[in-house]
Design a protein. Structure first.
Length: 255
């Protein structure tokens, strides 16, 4: 059957490189439905509520501030070791359309636990709409993706296998979701060590969350504790920040 050869675009090449780097990571996953009723109430009353990605980025980073294991990566060079980063670095999977092609680009957010929720949300929204050349992370990753295959493999190996470089290139955790397109239980893969995915809000005011992690870094019991703490942070710190951001104005009704 005669088909049509198609050139692999830079955006697809990036995903190919990402999948190649992720193949050797021994991922395990844990999922749970979190009750987010207080968060939903706070978000419903906010004038300009932050997006779900921003809320999960900041909430996970706040939990990671208390749980150093969530800021720990597995590094192979100069010898296999665990490497604890001083602060969280999030990679957010951002869906875009470039030259008519749907693609996913990673936006890097450093120390989201120290940022306002509005600032985290602004970073993600800018990554969705700004030209690629105006987003530093996109410029950086596209430069590496344009390299010949041997040099790309080398640059990825350096970024992945030296603990200090992991924070610069791949962060300490990632957030990805298809909730904006109707939900579904997504089990994405990355080079690790942690990736958070969430679904749509259900009628009973719960949201399904999946955490996948590098089993070389930690085990299931700490992640189960993290999910419990993540629910608490969403319903307390994140909900409180939404309330402080300002309630929706009350519209006067004429009589």
């Amino acid at each position: 059957m005669r088909g049509t050869p198609k050139t692999i675009s830079l955006r697809r090449r990036l995903i190919c490189d990402l999948m190649h780097a992720s193949m050797g990571v021994p991922f395990v996953s844990l999922s749970r439905s979190l009750n987010v009723r207080p968060l939903l109430e706070a978000r419903a009353g906010a004038t300009a509520p932050a997006g779900w990605a921003a809320m999960f980025v900041k909430a996970f980073a706040l939990v990671a501030r208390e749980e150093p294991i969530l800021r720990t990566v597995y590094a192979k060079w100069p010898r296999p070791a665990l490497y604890e980063l001083p602060r969280s670095v999030a990679l957010v999977a951002v869906a875009r359309v470039e030259d008519g092609e749907e693609c996913v680009m990673p936006q890097r957010i450093v120390a989201p636990e120290a940022m306002t929720l509005a600032a985290v949300d602004a970073e993600i929204r800018r990554a969705k709409t700004a030209p690629v050349e105006e987003v530093p992370m996109y410029r950086k990753i596209m430069r590496a993706t344009r390299l010949p295959l041997p040099l790309r493999r080398l640059s990825w190996a350096v970024g992945l296998n030296f603990g200090r470089q992991r924070g610069n290139w791949f962060g300490s955790f990632a957030v990805s979701s298809v909730a904006a397109y109707g939900g579904g239980e997504l089990h994405p893969i990355t080079p690790g060590p942690f990736i958070v995915s969430y679904g749509v809000v259900e009628a009973d005011q719960t949201i399904h969350v999946v955490i996948r992690w590098d089993h070389r870094v930690t085990d299931a019991a700490p992640i189960a504790r993290v999910l419990t703490r993540l629910e608490q942070v969403l319903n307390t710190e994140i909900a409180s920040e939404l309330r402080v951001a300002g309630p929706k104005p009350v519209r006067a009704v004429g009589t």
